[in-house]
Design a protein around this ligand. Structure first.
Ligand code: GDD
Ligand code: MN
Length: 424
């Protein structure tokens, strides 16, 4: 491919994922205000990108000529999507390309694109033609009529999915219901919170530090932005013709973590988190992370609750009446899993954020498991020691054993599972 005179690539912003109030000044704008900046995140869209750019340009040249820009943000695709995109910039001067080699992930790609955007309206559309471009004009019209956010939705009049299997429909709806339970204030505001096709006013998200995990950038925009009026426009999610979807089961786990993180950092719980943040300062002075320890303790309590409930459901004579030991092992393991999720998303969020790779997370989970197991053995040992030699009251002895095992669990996990120094 020849790209002798193509424009240079956009440089990738670093630091916080935050959008500025005023668009960055870029030399060649002639001071002209840009209306719409549309980000097209891509990963392995070699066979689609040319068509996407062509179709979008045709459409926008007609409706808002000269007032828009297209920003392709490619995560260093092995099929060199970024290179193809770059070769198009000569023919389409409103197109710019960013090639990310350090960071990864759909949501952060979109935000990095918005950070260099010049428009007062920020938008996103998939780079595989599954989002019908005609809908852009309607989304734009909604914003111009006063909406802060205009969402392309598969679940309102005029929307749908072309030929999804029943499984994928169920998974998608299940994820939505789960989200509604955990974060009603965010997911309850739109009919299609999973949409990756929308536009938002710059001033509705400027200044907020976005911190998304995985695929669902819209949750972050609604959860952390100042979005008052939301409009929805129906669209039919088309079939892919070229390339393939990057969604795997990992995205479902990421989605769950994202929900938890948003839950814990916004609203009332967010204020609690901030208060514990102050504790963290005190902790530094005394050399023990009190806030973290409290969070760890609370998570532990939730685990006791999970353990008890499952134990009841499995072993009680009125329920499943399974053997006690077997039930306890299952209950204990589920409780450990529960605790791990919360600790990873909350207690040690700052650490796990820097180590989001799937392998690293699995490693943390395995370590956590082992340490908890050792903690349980320790618990039993101490209970016996205290009961036989110190205090002949089994409940007091057990309380002491639990307290010591909790400190052990916390300390060893702090040093081994969520080790602050372990960044590559
Ligand atoms: N830069 C970058 N980095 N782009 C990515 C990445 C990534 O890690 N992963 C995916 N993309 C790009 C793809 O190239 C495509 O342009 C777009 O993001 C959507 O990815 P798909 O893999 O095609 O996802 P999908 O078709 O299953 O789902 C999409 O549509 C849904 C319905 O609107 C996503 O956008 C979902 O978020 C959305 O809900
Ligand atoms: Mn797609």
């Amino acid at each position: 491919m020849t790209h002798s005179q193509t424009n240079s690539l956009l440089s990738v912003p670093t630091g916080k994922l935050q959008i500025s109030e005023l668009p960055p000044k870029i030399a060649d704008t002639n001071g002209e205000a840009m209306l719409l900046s549309l980000v097209i995140p891509t990963y392995k869209e070699h066979d689609n990108i040319k068509n996407v750019v062509k179709v979008l340009s045709q459409l926008l040249d007609e409706s808002i000529p000269g007032q828009y820009e297209l920003i392709v943000v490619d995560d260093d695709s092995p099929d060199r999507t970024w290179e193809v995109a770059q070769s198009l910039t000569e023919k389409y001067p409103q197109l710019q390309v960013m090639r990310r080699q350090q960071e990864r992930g759909l949501s952060s790609a979109v935000i990095r694109g918005w950070q260099v955007a010049r428009g007062s309206i920020l938008g996103v559309i998939d780079g595989d033609l599954q989002h019908p471009p005609e809908v852009l004009t309607q989304l734009l019209a909604e914003i111009e009529q006063g909406a802060d956010l205009a969402v392309g939705s598969r679940h309102v009049e005029g929307g749908g999915v072309s030929s999804w299997s029943i499984i994928r429909r169920l998974l998608s709806r299940g994820a939505q219901v789960l989200g509604l339970i955990i974060l009603p204030g965010v997911l309850g505001r739109v009919s299609d919170p999973m949409s990756g096709y929308f536009m938002v006013r710059r001033n509705a998200i400027a200044g907020a530090t976005l911190n998304p995990v995985g695929y669902k950038i819209l949750l972050e925009v609604i959860g952390r932005g100042r979005v008052c009026e939301i409009a929805e426009v129906g669209y039919v999610f088309c079939e892919r013709k070229e390339g393939e979807s990057k969604v795997t089961w990992k995205q479902y786990v990421d989605y769950l973590r994202h929900l938890l993180r948003l839950r814990l950092s916004t609203g009332r719980l967010g204020r609690v988190s901030q208060a514990t943040g102050k504790l963290e300062k005190l902790s530094q002075n005394i050399g023990f992370p009190i806030g973290r320890f409290l969070r760890f303790g609370l998570v532990g309590l939730s685990g006791v609750f999970v353990d008890m409930t499952i134990l009841y459901l499995l072993s009680d004579p009125t329920t499943l009446a399974l053997p006690l030991t077997r039930s306890k092992i299952i209950a204990g393991e589920i409780a450990i899993f529960n605790n791990f999720l919360w600790n990873d998303a909350w207690t040690f969020a700052d650490v796990s954020m820097k180590q989001q790779e799937w392998r690293q997370r699995l490693k943390r989970f395995l370590k956590f498991n082992l340490i908890c197991l050792a903690g349980l053995i320790l618990n039993v040992l101490i209970l016996n020691l205290v009961f036989n030699f110190l205090i002949p009251n089994r409940y007091i002895a057990n309380l002491i054993a639990i307290a010591i095992a909790t400190i052990w669990n916390f300390w060893v996990n702090l040093k081994l599972s969520w080790r602050v120094t372990d960044v590559k």
